[in-house]
Ligand binder design. Structure first.
Ligand SMILES: NC(=O)c1ccc[n+]([C@@H]2O[C@H](COP(=O)([O-])OP(=O)(O)OC[C@H]3O[C@@H](n4cnc5c(N)ncnc54)[C@H](OP(=O)(O)O)[C@@H]3O)[C@@H](O)[C@H]2O)c1
Length: 271
């Protein structure tokens, strides 16, 4: 099973290697869950036949293919009981949510976190992680996302089209996954000493007395194992939307192809 990010055809690393050289034709997709079929010389810690999931390199051929070459350090064991479909939805969204909330914003129990796009890939995981930590969570999104966000553990929800974001009040951490005008309106809500984290691009705004951070998710096999453990024990639920066959990949990348939840690509029948 493989996951992809709708916007990745616009990333430079999709078309060039680390040295900036053209690497077309390239295979997109960076999330995968499957079985080890072969080990590179000297690889330790994995065995042929083992169930694994993880994150493929940004600047090499990716996961929308029958076989993917991945550095062993970017793969984590997949516990029995977690479906490959669910595991393929976890690497980017899960690691991004964790790194944003905890590595960059240092969210603490009892603090308030504003999480944009709370029913989306990253936001839905961030809401669950922040809620489990014991933070007060305000989710945002479209009107139809309200029930999903509240069901995941958000204490309150702001409909970005109908409600006033400013009414959310002051927050310790704001997690932006939308950018633009939403990001601009969010910066003033961050209280002194707080952090605005965005995953869209280097921010042009910052809280008056706080930090503004942009980051790109990094592979982390130990955190992946932790996230898988949370899924296995029912504490974390990635939202899987459509599951499509490999042959339908071109249409799933189309900008008008919006379905709720993460679209997962079924590489081989019978999985
Ligand atoms: N820097 C990094 O490391 C990193 C990592 C992961 C993702 N990203 C980027 O972060 C973004 C979000 O990723 P994702 O996987 O969470 O995407 P996603 O699953 O599409 O989630 C985004 C959510 O925000 C909602 N939303 C977007 N614009 C909105 C608006 N103007 N008003 C209300 N709701 C709005 C979307 O609703 P609709 O679907 O209805 O529009 C969706 O529920 C993408 O651009 C992705 O490329 C960056």
């Amino acid at each position: 099973m493989a996951g992809f990010t709708p916007g990745e055809l616009g990333w430079p690393g999709t078309w060039t290697d680390r040295a900036g050289r053209d690497r077309t034709p390239s295979v997109p997709g960076h999330e995968l869950s499957g079985v080890v079929t072969e080990l590179g010389y000297g690889t330790t810690g994995l065995t042929v036949g083992q169930r694994v999931f993880g994150l493929a390199d940004w600047t090499r051929d990716g996961s929308l293919a029958e076989y993917t070459a991945v550095e062993a350090r970017n793969l984590a064991p997949l516990p029995a009981g977690i479906d490959h479909t669910v595991a393929a939805a976890l690497p980017i969204s899960g690691l991004t949510a964790w790194q944003g909330l905890f590595d960059h914003a240092h969210l603490k129990t009892g603090q308030t976190a504003l999480i944009h796009g709370a029913a989306g890939g990253v936001g839905s995981i961030a809401v669950q992680l922040a809620h489990e930590l014991g933070a007060r969570v305000i989710g945002t999104g479209r009107a139809g996302d309200r029930e999903t966000a509240l069901g995941l553990g958000a204490d309150a929800f702001v409909d970005l089209q109908a409600d006033r974001l400013e009414d959310a009040g002051e927050v310790d951490v704001a997690f932006d996954v939308i950018g633009g005008e939403v990001l601009q309106r969010t910066a003033p809500l961050v209280r002194a000493g707080g952090t605005l984290v965005t995953i869209i691009g280097p921010p042009k705004v910052r809280p008056a007395d706080g930090r503004a951070i942009f980051f790109v998710v990094e592979p982390d096999r130990f955190r992946l194992a932790d996230l898988a453990d949370r899924v296995r024990s029912g504490r974390l639920k990635p939202i899987v939307g459509a599951v499509r066959p490999l042959a339908e990949v071109p249409s799933t990348f189309a900008p008008d192809h919006r379905v709720p939840g993460k679209t997962i690509i079924r590489i081989a029948q019978g999985w």
